[in-house]
Design a protein around this ligand. Structure first.
Ligand SMILES: [Zn+2]
Length: 139
């Protein structure tokens, strides 16, 4: 499908006809999300690729004990600010954190935290995390 043809299809459905360079997948992904049942309000939001990580169990083998249970995780990505009406709204850094209960099944409603950070807030958080990690590791 040509870009012009995809643009027309998106326009007819109220989906973006232009994507910022950080939007993963571009116009076709907005259309595909809608076709797969995503509501138009969600399908038109620009989203970057995401980066995720998980915590592991920390086990003290000498004392044969679990010092920290792993299973928590995070996911970060750029996402268009959906509160702004413009289809080219400001991008925020979405930090999504979750923990698993002891049975390791995920309960997103009760064990999930989602924060939308401005780029400046995200840099502050990153700098604080690095500073704390360095304070411990480089002592
Ligand atoms: Zn996009």
């Amino acid at each position: 499908m040509s870009k012009a043809s995809q643009k027309k299809k998106n326009e007819a459905l109220g989906l973006p006809t232009y994507c910022p360079d950080w939007c993963a997948g571009g116009l076709k992904n907005h259309w595909q999300a809608f076709m797969e049942g995503c509501p138009v309000e969600d399908a038109r939001v620009h989203v970057s690729v995401d980066h995720c990580g998980f915590t592991n169990d920390i086990v003290n083998h000498l004392k044969q004990r679990l010092d920290r249970r792993g299973g928590a995780g995070w996911d970060v990505k750029l996402q268009q600010d959906d509160l702004l009406p413009s289809h080219m709204g400001m991008a925020l850094v979405r930090l999504d954190m979750h923990v698993w209960r002891d049975d390791r099944s995920q309960h997103p409603s009760s064990d999930r935290l989602q924060m939308d950070l401005t780029p400046g807030e995200a840099r502050t958080l990153a700098a604080q995390l690095i500073n704390l990690a360095d304070t411990y590791d480089l002592r």
